[in-house]
Design a protein around this ligand. Structure first.
Ligand SMILES: NC(=O)c1ccc[n+]([C@@H]2O[C@H](COP(=O)([O-])OP(=O)(O)OC[C@H]3O[C@@H](n4cnc5c(N)ncnc54)[C@H](O)[C@@H]3O)[C@@H](O)[C@H]2O)c1
Ligand SMILES: O=C(O)C(=O)C[C@]1(C(=O)O)C=C[C@@H](O)C=C1
Length: 364
């Protein structure tokens, strides 16, 4: 029997889910887009078997409906679904980054013979749109499902079985607890990154050197400041109460640093770094397949033509399996840094030994 999956909103997350399901036995993936322009991009990227601009057609006879639109319009789509003829027993889920508001919005479906299960894959990127979609995005990431009175245990199990195609680890978390935790580990960091970039952007207006000198530390902590503004507006507004509380706590932490500086409390500063470092070093390995392969090495190379070819040739001759090569620093008149990513630790070690023979600095 054919399983029909409708993906509503085929961007980074919807497109990545579509790619995980497309081509699997007895599965048909139908993408829905609200504009012709986005529809054409979805078709060009080839992530779905069919693409339509009719919501009714997309969800007609669907076994699973994934709502992958920005958080602010999830409720509106649930309302629309409640007015459409859906297949009895159909499982509706979402991927929104907050979970409490959608859990209560799902009450609108209570009179229907359908299931609703809130969902949130803990994987993503600062990139957006279907062009950024990847089959590997969810690999090894946690995928949160929230307990719901609108779904049976059998429905959970069907969804979990389908999500096995994403190679993620499904975990169940209550919506409010989810929003507290994800507020701290995802939403607050996005606010801090944006505020920091805007602080430096203001200084840069009077002196371009700020931008020119911005190096690894600034880039590392601010990558997520490039995330999609509309998606993040909705996420932050829908977790407002939690974030206001977290920002109060954040102010206390910043004030504490200011005090330590004013008092020249070197011991306190050292302790803060020691405690933070110990906690951070204990974080689980980055759980992404596509964006963060497991074993990276870095190589500082001069900014001269042919250097990438030289590195590729050294590895190619020994048939070393490289997953990705990326220039992560490229500035005028200074060496650039190449990041070489390997799926296998032994391959990475072999590559490191070979590259050390070139006269560049190689480090992990
Ligand atoms: N970006 C991340 O890292 C991440 C991670 C996990 C979950 N999420 C959640 O996933 C959802 C989608 O985010 P994304 O990063 O894939 O964003 P995206 O911008 O890449 O994709 C959103 C898609 O929704 C479409 N869309 C926008 N308005 C629409 C409308 N009115 N009707 C139909 N389609 C519409 C857009 O055209 C786009 O294709 C959000 O709810 C977000 O909170 C994002
Ligand atoms: O890695 C990133 O760029 C992300 O922003 C991913 C990230 C996160 O903050 O960890 C962002 C939003 C999500 O809802 C889940 C994951």
């Amino acid at each position: 029997m054919q399983t029909k999956i409708a993906i509503i909103g085929v961007g980074l997350i919807g497109g990545s889910l579509a790619l995980c399901f497309k081509g699997k036995p007895d599965i048909t993936v139908v993408g829905y887009s609200h504009t012709r322009e986005v529809m054409e991009r979805i078709e060009a990227r080839g992530v779905a078997d069919e693409v339509t601009m009719s919501l009714e057609e997309a969800v007609h006879d669907a076994d699973f409906i994934f709502l992958c639109v920005p958080v602010g319009i999830l409720g509106r789509y649930l309302q629309q679904l409640s007015r459409l003829p859906l297949k009895p027993g159909c499982i509706i889920t979402d991927v929104g980054s907050t979970k409490a508001s959608i859990a209560s919005a799902a009450d609108v479906l209570s009179l229907h013979d359908v299931h609703f299960i809130g969902g949130h894959p803990m994987a993503g990127s600062e990139r957006s749109g279907v062009e950024a979609a990847s089959t590997l995005l969810f690999e090894n990431a946690y995928y949160v499902l929230t307990p719901s009175q609108h779904a049976t245990e059998e429905a959970y199990q069907s969804l979990e079985k389908l999500l096995a195609y994403t190679k993620s680890h499904v975990i169940r978390v209550e919506p409010r607890l989810h929003d507290d935790i994800v507020g701290a580990i995802s939403h607050l960091p996005h606010i801090i990154a944006v505020a920091l970039v805007n602080q430096v952007r203001a200084y840069n207006e009077s002196n371009e050197l700020y931008r020119q000198l911005a190096a690894g530390g600034f880039r590392d902590i601010t990558r997520i400041a490039s995330s999609a503004p509309d998606v993040w507006r909705d996420i932050l507004l829908s977790n407002k109460e939690v974030l206001l509380r977290l920002l109060e706590d954040w102010r206390c932490h910043v004030d504490r640093f200011a005090e330590m500086l004013a008092e020249e409390n070197g011991e306190g500063i050292e302790r803060a770094f020691r405690e933070a470092g110990a906690f951070r070093n204990e974080l689980p390995e980055r759980r992404k397949g596509a964006i963060q392969p497991l074993y990276d090495i870095y190589i500082d190379v001069p900014d001269v033509p042919g250097v990438i070819g030289q590195v590729a040739t050294v590895l190619g001759v020994r048939q070393i399996n490289l997953s990705n090569m990326q220039i992560i620093e490229s500035r005028e008149d200074v060496p650039g840094t190449l990041r070489l990513s390997f799926r296998d630790e032994k391959e990475m070690e072999k590559a490191r030994n070979l590259l050390m023979k070139l006269e560049y600095s190689v480090y992990v």
